[in-house]
Design a protein around this ligand. Structure first.
Ligand code: TRP
Ligand code: ZN
Length: 883
């Protein structure tokens, strides 16, 4: 049966130990017999030795497998010819070229790890990235072993009418006793992590895409039949993504068929298996009644992301898992570009930067901090991180800005051309961009190897006599685990200088003959340097780090008037928003101090007036306005405190929201009314912006807790024709004491109890509630019949949301929240270590809190660490926290 591994002393894998494989596998012939209790897998591998020297042993990876038989070139192997242990199968003597046939038995129905072959909703599916293929059969399960796959699936025809794998369907037919089979062939060599198999009873929609060279590609999307009315948006998004990749990157799809399957039980968002993407149903299914505008945007982004992997990931793949950002950083950048092109680029950038600064900066400052190209890991699944994905995307974005759109495109053309069909490194990527542009990026490469968020300290001086303006810039980077000292980075700093009318001044640096008008990019390379601009007629307002041109923290002593000026006038819309955020951060942190000292809280009147003016402005991008009106999140604010005080942050932030609502009540109410929908439901950027701004107004009004407003909110909840407006109302109602809360929650549950993804929202809103009894309610909900510990979406919706999205309640000084999380990490770990490791990461910043909370969190970490049989996933996180 399934082995339970005990990582008594889990092994660390180091980048410096990378060696090319001794053996390659050229072809793989797989034969699956899917049963109700067990599945047998026969695999025929054509293997050849690479190393010239004497024959090294062949070590195949394998986990939780029952070995039934093994034959080499048709000869049954004797027990003494090989050695089996829980993680591998070693053959001591093998020829230079040979065929290996292995038969194994596995138990997909009992596989709660959701890695390898498992069942979800009665259907079979796989997840092989990063190291799941070794849970299916013995193999060289590493991305630099690329093989051609043929896959035959045999299963009961009634129960599993749909049988899918990568590539093209080459045969299908009936067998006796009600079974049928399908045979798939993938012409492109691929690493094992891109293998996929699906079998089940699924509804299909078909569409078609004609590539720019005129080839027809069949697009098939499979969902469980009760979800058939929710497929349209994902399909439309896919076609937009396919066209976009042709236009912007010159990348065409390469097979005759592209399939997407949605499953309810999935560890991550989605998976780019060659020709057969498997998705968490959360990132496929949508209709206006059940999905919010944010859900729609996320689906579009994830669909595009997985599609773009076909080139950035599949055609050109990673040499080893230290290179993960090669495909993930680049592909995130590509999906961000795509989404920006679908709506408001400024709003997209604001969202991405918010995400990065809230979660990646926090990761980069904690015990799990690691470079975008990590140097070592214990469990690779723990390295699918914000750093590898989001900071990795920022690195590619900086390259884009340094090279310009044309230079960047020449670079990516060369990269795809040069490395098509290969497994390569982040360095190969940079090299291709370098070669295509005759440019030296050697200093820039440090972005991949140095962890930590760089800090820029900037001072400015205006010399009226000489009409010069000087920016002095000092860069540093804080120490991170294993990296006490850092070398200076090559940083693109996009800037503009505004005159008193808010116009960008032409910028001419010392030694230049002509000036640049508009944004210009300064390239920082030294620890300290100065830039002197000439012909500056009056002291300008500096707009620095425009569009967030580098993932850094910027320190510059702007005066409040300057920030108000930038908020009103900056040509760079990202920096307009940023100026408002900086003002809000400063005000909130000031009030946090007052709160801690027991002083009365008073909100600055200039801030109130500015918020009023923004509400009244005729800015057409209403989503942008809504973002300006949103105060920084509690998590983001915490980043500015030496010792995080979650209560003070929460209370102060609520106080400011309430004060704004009181002072501007009429304006919020009038705006809410003015933004009432006219006409039918639509989902275009304008309507989404309208909903967002209107719901922002509702949120502020609900701070007042007045009966009229509460009933208006309930009214919206009851009568809205779309989930965006329903959730906006319900998310305010869950905070209040009044009877409306209970009524709304019950109504919502009764209406949507059959829709698992909607019930996830119901769990999340309750987990995020400000109410004092939230933990008790969350605990109660873990016993609700709709809650399932084996379903990652449920775990994330309830336990994840509470522990990572509700700092005020999770960090309750009693430590009850911590104990609750500890309990669930231990309950989940034996079932699904990947998700348990994500949960336990909520403790990562424990050393940033006060003594009492530190001790309470540490006690949980220690309790988990000394639990016998803990997975290496959880062990790695916990031990790095305690190191
Ligand atoms: N490669 C997937 C992506 O597009 C990530 C992924 C999906 C994954 N499932 C996984 C990573 C399971 C680790 C484990 O980003
Ligand atoms: Zn990805």
């Amino acid at each position: 049966m399934l082995e339970i591994e005990s990582p008594a002393s889990p092994q660390t894998i180091d980048l410096k130990d990378y060696k090319i494989p001794d053996y390659y596998i050229e072809t793989v012939d797989l034969h699956f017999e899917l049963g109700e209790k067990q599945t047998t897998v026969r695999s025929r591998l054509a293997i050849s030795r690479y190393s010239e020297a004497k024959a090294p042993p062949l070590v195949l990876n394998g986990e939780a497998l029952e070995l039934l038989s093994i034959q080499l070139d048709g000869q049954v192997l004797d027990k003494k010819d090989y050695q089996q242990n829980p993680e591998s199968l070693t053959l001591f003597q093998v020829p230079e070229r040979f065929t290996l046939e292995i038969e194994t038995r596995i138990y997909p129905q009992d596989n709660t790890t959701l890695s390898g072959l498992y069942t979800s909703g009665g259907n079979f599916c796989t997840q092989c990235e990063a190291e799941g293929f070794r849970r299916i059969t013995y193999f060289l399960d590493r991305p630099d072993v690329m093989a051609r796959y043929t896959t035959t699936i045999v299963a009961d025809k009634k129960k599993y009418p749909v049988l899918l794998s990568n590539g093209n369907l080459v045969a299908q037919g009936e067998e006796d006793n009600g079974h049928h089979f399908a045979k798939w062939q993938d012409p492109f060599p691929k690493p094992s992590y891109l293998f996929a198999l699906v079998a089940g009873d699924l509804a299909r929609i078909e569409d078609e895409f004609v590539t720019r060279s005129g080839r027809k590609v069949a697009l098939h999307m499979y969902v469980q039949s009760h979800n058939r009315d929710k497929r349209e948006h994902a399909m439309a998004s896919l076609k937009r993504a396919m066209a976009w990749d042709e236009q912007v990157y010159g990348r065409e799809y390469d097979l005759d068929i592209y399939m997407i399957v949605a499953v309810d039980d999935f560890n991550m968002g989605a998976m780019e298996n060659k020709g057969l993407n498997i998705f968490n149903s959360k990132y496929v299914l949508a209709k206006p009644e059940t999905a919010t505008d944010t859900d729609y945007e996320n689906i579009e982004g994830v669909i595009a992301h997985e599609y773009f992997h076909n080139w950035s990931g599949n055609r050109v793949t990673c040499r080893d898992w230290f290179q993960l950002s090669l495909k993930e950083g680049f592909t995130v950048f590509r999906d961000q570009q795509f989404s920006a092109d679908q709506g408001s680029p400024a709003v997209k950038r604001i969202q991405d930067v918010n995400h990065l600064r809230t979660y990646q900066f926090r990761e980069d400052a904690g015990p799990m901090a690691h470079p975008v190209r990590p140097e070592s890991y214990v469990e690779v699944n723990n390295f699918y991180t914000m750093t590898v994905y989001e900071k990795g995307a920022e690195i590619v974005r900086m390259l884009y800005h340094l090279l310009g759109p044309e230079g960047f495109r020449q670079g990516t053309d060369l990269y795809f051309d040069r490395h098509d069909g290969q497994a390569v490194t982040t360095d190969d990527f940079v090299k291709a961009l370098e070669d295509a542009n005759a440019l030296d990026l050697s200093q820039f490469r440090r972005w991949y190897s140095q962890a930590g968020t760089p800090e820029l300290r900037i001072s400015r001086a205006y010399d009226a006599e000489k009409s010069t303006y000087t920016l002095k810039i000092k860069q540093t980077c804080p120490p991170t685990p294993g990296q006490p000292h850092k070398a200076p980075l090559h940083i693109p700093l996009a800037i503009g200088l505004l005159d008193s009318q808010g116009e960008d001044l032409p910028l001419r640096l010392a030694g230049e003959t002509t000036a640049v008008t508009g944004t210009r990019v300064l390239e920082l390379r030294q620890e300290e340097e100065a830039f002197v601009f000439h012909d500056i007629p009056c002291e300008p307002a500096p707009s620095l780090l425009r569009s967030f041109s580098a993932p850094v923290k910027l320190y510059l002593d702007l005066r409040d008037e300057e920030r108000y000026f930038l908020l009103a006038h900056d040509k760079d819309r990202f920096n307009r928003w940023e100026a408002g955020q900086q003002l809000a951060v400063k005000i909130i942190l000031g009030l946090v101090k007052d709160y801690q000292q027991g002083k009365p809280l008073v909100l600055d009147s200039a801030f109130i007036e500015t918020v009023g003016r923004i509400l009244e402005s005729d800015e057409p991008d209403q989503a942008f306005v809504a973002h300006i009106l949103a105060l920084p999140s509690e998590h983001y604010l915490a980043e500015f405190m030496a010792v995080i005080d979650p209560d003070a942050i929460h209370e102060t932030r609520c106080f400011i929201r309430r004060s704004l609502a009181k002072a501007l009540q009429e304006l919020f109410a009038a705006t809410y009314q003015a933004l009432t929908k006219t006409g039918a439901y639509r989902r275009d950027p304008k309507e989404m912006g309208r909903r967002k701004l209107r719901n922002t107004c509702l949120g502020y009004l609900m701070e007042l807790d007045e009966p009229d407003i509460r009933s208006q909110c309930l009214q919206q909840f009851n009568h809205a024709d779309n989930m965006t407006d329903v959730i906006a109302a319900l998310s305010r109602l869950v905070d209040i004491e009044g009877p409306e809360r209970k009524i709304a929650l019950q109504t919502f549950y009764d209406k949507w109890q059959e829709d698992s993804l909607v019930i996830d929202k119901w769990f999340t809103l309750q987990a995020l509630s400000r109410r004092q009894d939230t933990l008790a309610r969350v605990q109660e909900l873990t016993h609700h019949p709709a809650f399932k510990l084996t379903n990652p979406n449920k775990v994330r919706a309830l336990i994840g949301a509470f522990s990572q999205g509700n700092p005020a309640r999770f960090h309750d000084p009693s430590g009850k929240g911590y104990g609750f999380l500890g309990d669930y990490v231990l309950k989940l770990d034996p079932l699904n270590p990947q998700v348990a490791a994500r949960l336990v990461s909520a403790f990562n910043p424990w050393q940033r809190y006060d003594q009492n909370r530190q001790e309470l969190m540490k006690a949980q970490l220690e309790r988990i660490a000394k639990t016998p049989q803990i997975s290496k996933d959880v062990y790695e996180i916990v031990s790095k926290n305690l190191a």
